[in-house]
Design a protein around this ligand. Structure first.
Ligand SMILES: [Zn+2]
Ligand SMILES: [Zn+2]
Length: 183
């Protein structure tokens, strides 16, 4: 059984999912599988904000999560929670589910020409970040580490699509334990 299941919500480009899956399998050196495409949660859209409630997406992921292992959901929708104007993603600390939105990782969101390479690089970093929370990692003080907090795009672009030594060690230990559990 795969340690990590990757799913997408609704109409998201399947290429983004396959790119992120390949990256996670290489970087985390574990089995990664694709899950069923999930419907966008009914009622998650706030018409006035034109944004989608992140918690509803996370709940759908928890419901779809395998008994062991982790699930990462990808959406093209712009996410929010009541306290924040937007989110790049959200995850359960040491839990099953992680969520990434690529809406604000696209150059087009800011009125700039599209850049596929940049979009995929950003998606890799955020996938690693949110999954890191499910491995029990909290935010890292190293701004170059994938686990550093990014609340804006320059911070996303600054960090690497890799964990620092400390975060990597914790993630590997957690993954090794999960590998045993999912065998
Ligand atoms: Zn975080
Ligand atoms: Zn770190």
């Amino acid at each position: 059984m795969a340690v990590i299941t990757v799913v997408r919500f609704g109409m998201l480009d399947a290429r983004i999912e396959s790119e992120v899956m390949g990256f996670l399998a290489r970087t985390l050196d574990c089995e990664v599988q694709s899950g069923p495409v999930l419907p966008e949660p009914a009622g998650a859209l706030d018409e006035r904000r034109q944004q989608w409630m992140a918690i509803d997406f996370l709940k759908a992921l928890v419901a779809a999560a395998p008994a062991r292992g982790r699930i990462l959901g990808l959406t093209g929708r712009d996410l929010y929670i009541p306290m924040l104007s937007f989110l790049f993603g959200q995850a359960q600390l040491d839990g099953a589910a992680a969520l990434v939105s690529v809406a604000r990782l696209r150059q087009e969101f800011y009125g700039l020409p599209g850049d596929d390479g940049l979009l995929l690089t950003r998606a890799r970093k955020e996938a690693l970040h949110e999954l890191g929370h499910t491995f029990g990692l909290v935010h890292c003080p190293d701004p170059g580490c994938a686990m550093s907090l990014s609340t804006n795009l320059p911070q996303v672009d600054f960090k690497r699509d890799a964990y620092c030594t400390n975060c990597g060690g914790t993630a590997r230990a957690r993954l090794a334990a999960l590998n045993g559990e999912t065998k």
